[in-house]
Design a protein around this ligand. Structure first.
Ligand code: IMP
Length: 202
């Protein structure tokens, strides 16, 4: 089956291909979709639905979207659905000015802001959450969610992965996602779990 991955994130696309090796994946661009779908919902599932439906309608092909993020218990679930835009949306102006050297690296700036928010906080428990939605042109939709648990480190460990990976110490792997090989991470990750569940439903 041909599927369009409703994402521009190469890391996510690789993870999807690894878990669905028997499907032919097109990136959104390869399928002729260049828009940036605005994530206006307040849940991962809601945002994944928006993206999958937009890409399915525009391309006429089954579309698979993911929306994901990091939820930190001591911060009331922050950054949650704002994970990708965390520092841009929530950091005060003086913090942004003091960290202007990081302005070209969104992920690094978000990690630095998270460490600032957690300064002096003992409870560092957190989880990643991922919602995946597969929309078919005939109106059928399949949905699944996955979570993976761990804690936020005091400083970055490892350079693998993307986003918050170097700061996330995985309960399953007993090391940070930044220190994990791609296959190791996929076996326990929120995205791996959500996609495996979706695969079962399919
Ligand atoms: P999305 O593209 O709106 O789903 O944004 C997800 C954001 O959450 C990313 O930009 C990362 O900051 C963070 N995130 C989601 N999944 C992961 C992961 O597997 N590792 C590290 N960060 C992640």
């Amino acid at each position: 089956m041909k599927l369009v991955a409703a994402t521009g994130n190469q890391h996510k696309l690789r993870e999807m291909r690894e878990i669905f090796p028997d499907f032919e994946f097109l990136s959104a661009e390869e399928a002729g979709f260049f828009e940036d779908v605005e994530e206006t919902e307040d849940s991962f599932l809601g945002n994944a639905r928006l993206k999958a439906r937009a890409v399915m309608r525009a391309t006429g092909l089954p579309a698979l979207a993911d929306d994901s993020g990091l939820c930190v218990d001591a911060l009331g679930g922050e950054p949650g659905v704002y994970s990708a835009r965390y520092s841009a949306l929530l950091a005060p102006r003086d913090w942004l000015a003091a960290h202007s050297a990081l302005c070209g690296d969104r992920d690094a700036r978000n990690r630095a802001f998270l460490l600032t928010r957690l300064r002096g906080v003992n409870d560092r428990s957190a989880h990643f959450c991922c919602a995946v939605v597969l929309c078919f042109p005939d109106g059928r939709e399949l949905e699944a969610e996955g979570r993976t648990f761990g804690r936020i480190l005091e400083r970055e460990q490892g350079t693998c992965g993307f986003g918050y990976d170097p700061l996330f110490f995985s309960d399953d792997l007993h090391k940070s996602f930044g220190e994990a090989e791609e296959g190791e991470k996929n076996a326990v990750s929120h995205r791996g779990r959500a996609l495996s569940l979706l695969r079962e439903k399919l």
